[in-house]
Design a protein around this ligand. Sequence first.
Ligand code: HEC
Ligand code: HEC
Ligand code: HEC
Length: 135
Amino acid sequence: MYDAGKIIIGLIIFLAFATFPFYSNMGKAVAKPDPKLNTPVIQQMKVKQCVESKKFMRAKHMQLLINWRNAALRRGERLYKGSDGRITEISLQNQCLRCHSNKRNFCDECHNYVAVNPYCWDCHFYAPKEANNEH
Ligand code: HEC
Ligand code: HEC
Ligand code: HEC
């Protein structure tokens, strides 16, 4: 005969381990990402706007970056005309990261939350020491 008591204790221990990642993630899962806009460059802007509207950037910055890359590398275009007519130099480092110099508290803040890890930084440079660049 098997020992019902031992099986139940075994089950409880099993459940404790099986659900541990759930409990230990609870705090993180509740904390919404809070990308910070308080970099020196953005603080100095009179009109605080991105290359496109905030709504557009939030939803479509990935596609925009891919379009930028294709424009620059396939068509040799180095200038981007936004939907409101403003012209921006096409550059991940010199533009996105000039304003968003706090990569860690901006890009990574959201990416960690949704568990995406863009491979761009294998090649594209960001100054790790300045990645927290905020005032
Ligand atoms: C000239 C400075 C500047 C440049 C260049 C710039 N941004 Fe922004 N970005 C901003 C500002 C300011 C905001 C906040 C806009 C607002 O609140 O309406 C913003 C907002 C955003 C948001 C939305 C954040 C949120 O909380 O929803 C994303 C995503 C973003 N930018 C990504 C990028 C990417 C990717 C690039 C390069 C393609 C880029 N930005 C280039 C200044 C800039
Ligand atoms: C407001 C939150 C937010 C901010 C700020 C943000 N991202 Fe993202 N980003 C996301 C989300 C969400 C995804 C995943 C979208 C998807 O999979 O459809 C993503 C995906 C990406 C991707 C595609 C990655 C992949 O593997 O598909 C790139 C590239 C990217 N972001 C670049 C940036 C850069 C560069 C910055 C900072 C300048 C930035 N993002 C800031 C939310 C954000
Ligand atoms: C294997 C290396 C590598 C990876 C990974 C990579 N890139 Fe690039 N990227 C380059 C090179 C090289 C250039 C050309 C630089 C130039 O001519 O200005 C470039 C150019 C670009 C440009 C246009 C010019 C500029 O200075 O920004 C954009 C935008 C860009 N990449 C975005 C991305 C994004 C977004 C990712 C991640 C989803 C990414 N790249 C991943 C190597 C890479």
